[in-house]
Design a protein around this ligand. Structure first.
Ligand SMILES: Cc1cc2nc3c(=O)[nH]c(=O)nc-3n(C[C@H](O)[C@H](O)[C@H](O)COP(=O)(O)OP(=O)(O)OC[C@H]3O[C@@H](n4cnc5c(N)ncnc54)[C@H](O)[C@@H]3O)c2cc1C
Length: 591
């Protein structure tokens, strides 16, 4: 049995002391988010996810989900947990108060979501996708659609799914073929969607599918995709549950990980056609779906943090228990005494803390973008969210694989056998760089849409904002971090300039370098946020405030990040400067 205890002190420190919850609490509608309230919610959430959800993780992995006819049977150990989750209000924290939500800042809910995903990632995917459906309908649904669907989605009484992928349309959504034919006030959909997470289950009375499809006269490619709401059960005029709609689960994938999350093949319209309702205007579907995908990308990045935290806690527990070899003054030493094990644990800890700071900072900007009254101020924060999204999704999930793999390594042979649970974290983490747009696609989004399109304005703003941290770190005597950050910020600038220069006469240069740029920028921004955290810890120590042990640990972990993680940036820059030549030199026939 693997235990999990939410790192509440770390979360509270980051939210309240580093990322400026005090400023967010001054935004209209967020006044209630005082430090006391934040801490009260964090500790109650820690109890629920630690004691109720986390113990289900390993059994849910072993039991998995199964298909009986067209009905998905979920892992028995999870029976009743969804109801407890929604009844306790954990799924409605950020929901609009107009639809029964609690209207709290995203910087607070991100910590609760982290706990949910650490406790059981397979299970956490169900409310995660529902939240994305809420966002898309809130932004683009008609008043009638909002009134009909949002209250029940916000409360969790109904769940939601996202239906993009088809056998021939994965990264390339231009290839979507599902058809939507108009019929009175609705459309009839037919086609097959694959890989639909929590595409069917019996936790809720209804499931609201958001589906990409093409109308008969739609133009080719992404410009001809529309978005539809397709409820599993039609809804009667009085709001009660009506007839079963023509959408059925016809298959479940057998996967490497996240076994408890049913990954469904959904058949739309095999009989009379599934009734669907257009969201917004025809042919604008991809734009609308992006509202959901962007939120989901941040959420998947956060899953990288969550799974890393859980793997780290488990590795620490094992390293403190397993006796092997000796160390100075200890004849029978636990393995945590050995420098190489300490390296692995510090690497896990530093990467996880850096990733957490990166992911939470994006949500802090999102709160400002959402609520700032001044338009220019709101736009500045939105630019930052847009730029950080591929970094959060890409970097935090890449480190999720690294950290969970180190977790297995710390366990030695016991990491490779399923009994300990360390292998499960590694298997579960492997999906994160793939879904919601592979990390290859994220890195090209970073280079193309987020850096090149505005000619480097948003990236320049980010670098300018981070530059003062170098001097502040030096003043706080965090010399190693000041040096590493100074180098890294210059490296980011050089990398972007180099990429622009190469791209003028080498079409392959941006694609060949994009992944390494994403890793360079992710490591840099995470490092800068670690630096900010350590600067706060130094100042708390100086004024005798806070918990000294916590503050000193933060300072030490930051130093490790500067000395042992940030030198990777030298390699990332070198690979970018090398260009695409050796990447593309071999003829396809030579492979
Ligand atoms: C467990 C699981 C759950 C999922 N949940 C959902 C869900 O709920 N809803 C949903 O709609 N989908 C879902 N998906 C689908 C998922 O989003 C896709 O698998 C993913 O987007 C990649 O598409 P693909 O599998 O077709 O890979 P492909 O697009 O075939 O990609 C294969 C490789 O080629 C690379 N590649 C592809 N195109 C390019 C390009 N233009 N330039 C450079 N590299 C490229 C990719 O990066 C990747 O490395 C899920 C998938 C899984 C496995």
């Amino acid at each position: 049995m693997t235990v999990y205890k939410a790192p509440v002190d770390e979360m509270s420190f980051l939210i309240n002391q580093v990322l400026g919850m005090d400023k967010i609490a001054q935004l209209p509608g967020y006044e209630e988010a005082t430090p006391d309230m934040v801490d009260a919610i964090l500790s109650e959430a820690a109890r629920f996810f630690g004691e109720v959800v986390a113990p289900t993780n390993q059994a849910a992995d072993q039991q998995g989900s199964h298909l009986d006819g067209t009905t998905v049977i979920t892992a028995p150990v999870l029976d009743g947990i969804y109801q407890q989750l929604t009844e306790s209000g954990w799924t409605s924290l950020t929901g609009d108060v107009e639809y029964g939500g609690q209207g709290l800042p995203m910087l607070l809910s991100v910590a609760v979501d982290e706990m949910s995903q650490s406790a059981n990632m397979s299970f956490g995917l169900c409310p995660m996708l529902t939240k994305g459906v809420v966002t898309a309908l809130d932004m683009y649904g008609s008043d009638e659609q909002k009134a009909l669907y949002l209250p029940k989605l916000v409360s969790g009484e109904w769940a939601g799914t996202m239906n993009l992928t088809e056998p021939q349309a994965g990264s390339d959504l231009a290839a979507v073929r599902t058809k939507a034919v108009p019929e009175g006030d609705h459309y009839r959909l037919s086609g097959q969607k694959i890989f639909i997470t929590w595409g069917d289950h019996e936790y809720t009375d209804n499931i609201i599918h958001l589906v990409l499809a093409r109308t008969p006269d739609a133009p080719e490619g992404v410009k001809g995709i529309s978005l539809f709401v397709v409820p599993k059960f039609l809804i009667n005029a009085d709001g009660s549950r009506g007839e079963r709609n023509d959408v059925y689960c016809v298959g479940l994938e057998h996967k490497m990980g996240i076994h408890a999350s049913p990954t469904c093949s959904l058949a739309f319209g095999d009989n009379d056609g599934a009734v669907g309702y257009l969201v917004g205007e025809e042919n604008q579907g991809l734009v609308y779906m992006f509202a959901m995908m962007n939120e989901a990308r941040l959420a998947v990045g956060l899953q990288g943090v969550s799974i890393s935290e859980r793997a780290y806690q488990q590795a620490v527990a094992y390293a403190k228990d397993r006796v092997q070899g000796s160390a100075p003054g200890v004849s029978k030493a636990t393995i945590i005494h050995h420098p190489d094990v300490r390296r692995m644990l510090m690497q896990m800890r530093a990467l996880t803390e850096g990733a957490r700071a990166l992911a939470y900072s994006a949500l802090a900007h999102e709160d400002h973008a959402f609520k700032e009254i001044d338009e220019a101020e709101s736009a500045y924060h939105q630019r930052r969210v847009d730029l950080l999204t591929p970094l959060v999704k890409g970097w935090c999930t890449e480190i999720g694989m690294e950290v969970t793999s180190l977790g297995v390594q710390v366990h030695g042979g016991m990491g490779f056998v399923e009994e300990t649970g360390a292998a499960q974290h590694m298997r579960d983490a492997r999906i994160l760089p793939i879904y919601e747009g592979t990390n290859g696609i994220q890195s090209m989004d970073l280079v193309g849409r987020k850096i090149a399109r505005d000619k480097g304005v948003a990236a320049g703003e980010l670098m300018k904002d981070l530059l003062p941290v170098v001097a502040e770190a030096r003043t706080a005597d965090l010399v190693e971090m000041a040096d590493a950050l100074e180098y890294s910020l210059t490296a980011c600038q050089q990398a972007v300039e180099c990429l622009f220069a190469q791209a003028t006469d080498d079409w392959a240069a941006p694609g060949a370098a994009a992944y390494n740029l994403m890793m360079l920028m992710g490591t840099t921004v995470a490092g800068a946020l670690m630096a900010r955290s350590a600067i706060v810890a130094v100042s708390l120590n100086a004024s005798g405030k806070g918990n000294g042990v916590f503050n000193n640990s933060k300072i030490t972990t930051t130093r490790f990040f500067a000395e042992q993680i940030m030198p990777r940036n030298q390699a990332y820059l070198a690979t970018i400067k090398a260009g695409s030549a050796s990447v593309m030199a071999l003829d396809i026939e030579a492979f």
